[in-house]
Design a protein around this ligand. Structure first.
Ligand SMILES: C[S@@+](CC[C@H](N)C(=O)[O-])C[C@H]1O[C@@H](n2cnc3c(N)ncnc32)[C@H](O)[C@@H]1O
Length: 400
């Protein structure tokens, strides 16, 4: 997508055509596009409309109905904070009484929209020309939001009256590969962290895999999952972290909102839970709980132990309802071996097997092929280590 494509979409003809597009459907797209060209619509506009229509349909997962009023770039959509999570970020700034927030590297403007939506004035800075243009479109309804194209690090925060900073640095190379080293973020993490010397109200979104040693001890680091998928870690400083330093897991989604918090130094090592024999139930902690180093807390709450000192599966001797983990009843367990597993599943007429794994190199799709199951029953197996041995645990999901 280039700036001309965005400009074409912003003409009355382009915007109206885009608004009338049906939900994008890959099978019908070619025919729809050629029909538009046959009616005399400029082929470049048709291409731009088709691209936007596809992106808007995909964006509904992050933005719901708001997607129908927004523009996207493919990379911008990929990197955008989903609205539900952006709203959580924005609440921190509103609660801290921020009067001007600088969003340094605003992308297509999702976080800035959430801030402006709560009435918090925002100066959204973006270096990429097309992305900045798209952000300006997405923020058009908010008088209190300004989009500026340029290098976020060149902004004179004091002169702009900025009293809070948000940054969600890019974590991809130009070719689209993920960047895991915080020093390779754009802007880089050290430079962003240094901003808290002048603006204590600093909030940063970082990759969930960030090591604890990269965290300043005084931050509050919060890992967020949505329906079990870990989407980010947020680092909150000063007035944006009223809960104080530490680490927490925030679970959002269909099972409600749940927060598990551990005060202390954010860079402290995680407490190790004890390991013990396999009991009647198995619990798989949410990824945010694991990333935040809170598995031992959950094991304690469930009165359980780990199946192995290095594996984040908790086992208990009774069912324990919990929001922090997905629970299973243990039906069987044995040492891992292809022949034995195949015979076990065939004896039970299993045709479809859900494979969960932790602490094993087995590739589920390859194993499924090797098993060659043809039966009509379903089964769930967990491949992991029990007392140091590669093992199979046959389980059934608990309801609710
Ligand atoms: C992860 S995206 C931000 C996504 C945004 N929070 C959202 O939810 O839509 C990071 C953005 O920072 C921009 N960026 C990277 N380095 C920058 C810099 N030095 N100045 C301005 N923008 C920058 C990138 O072009 C990219 O669009």
């Amino acid at each position: 997508m280039d700036v001309r494509a965005v400009e074409q979409l912003l003409t009355p003809e382009g915007w109206s055509l885009l608004s009338r597009m049906p939900p994008y459907d890959e099978d019908g797209a070619l025919q729809l596009a050629s029909g538009l060209r046959d009616r005399g619509v400029d082929p470049d506009l048709v291409a731009a409309v088709m691209t936007q229509s596809r992106l808007r349909t995909r964006a509904r997962a992050k933005f719901g109905d708001f997607a129908d009023e927004m523009l996207f770039t493919p990379e911008g959509l990929e990197q955008a904070t989903r609205l539900q999570v952006a709203a959580r970020h924005a609440q921190r700034y509103a609660a801290a009484g921020a009067t001007v927030v600088a969003d340094l590297g605003c992308g297509i403007g999702s976080d800035a929209m959430a801030l402006a939506g709560l009435g918090v004035p925002v100066l959204a800075v973006e270096q990429d020309e097309v992305t900045a243009t798209v952000a300006a479109v997405n923020l058009r309804a908010f008088d209190s939001a300004t989009v500026r194209r340029g290098d976020a690090l060149a902004i004179d925060l004091q002169a702009e009256g900025v009293d809070a900073v948000y940054a969600d640095p890019a974590r991809r190379t130009r070719s689209g590969n993920r960047v895991f080293d915080p020093r390779a973020y754009s802007p880089d993490l050290d430079t962003l962290l240094a901003l808290r010397a002048t603006v204590p109200a600093l909030g940063l979104k970082v990759g969930p895999g960030i090591p604890y040693r990269a965290l300043p001890s005084e931050t509050h680091a919060q890992w967020v999952s949505v329906d079990g998928d870990v989407v980010e870690a947020g680092l909150w400083f000063g007035p944006l972290a009223p809960e104080g330093s530490g680490r927490s897991a925030l679970l959002l989604g269909k099972r409600g909102t749940h927060l598990l918090s551990q005060p202390g130094d954010a860079d402290a090592a995680a407490t190790q839970a004890a390991a013990g024999p396999l009991g009647s139930h198995l619990y798989e902690p949410d990824g945010a709980v694991i990333r935040a180093g809170l598995v031992a807390r959950v094991a304690e709450e469930l009165e359980g132990t780990l199946v192995d000192p290095s594996i984040a599966y908790i086992t208990t001797t009774a069912e324990r309802p919990t929001p922090w983990a997905t629970g299973f009843r243990v039906l069987d367990s044995f040492d891992f071996g292809l022949k034995r597993l195949r015979a076990y599943l065939r004896d039970r007429d299993v045709g479809r097997v859900t494979i969960k794994k932790r602490g094993t190199a087995v590739v589920p799709d390859q194993l499924r092929q090797q098993l060659g199951l043809k039966g009509s029953a379903d089964a769930t197996i967990v491949l992991t280590r029990l007392a140091g041995k590669q093992s199979v645990i046959v389980v059934e999901p608990l309801r609710g």
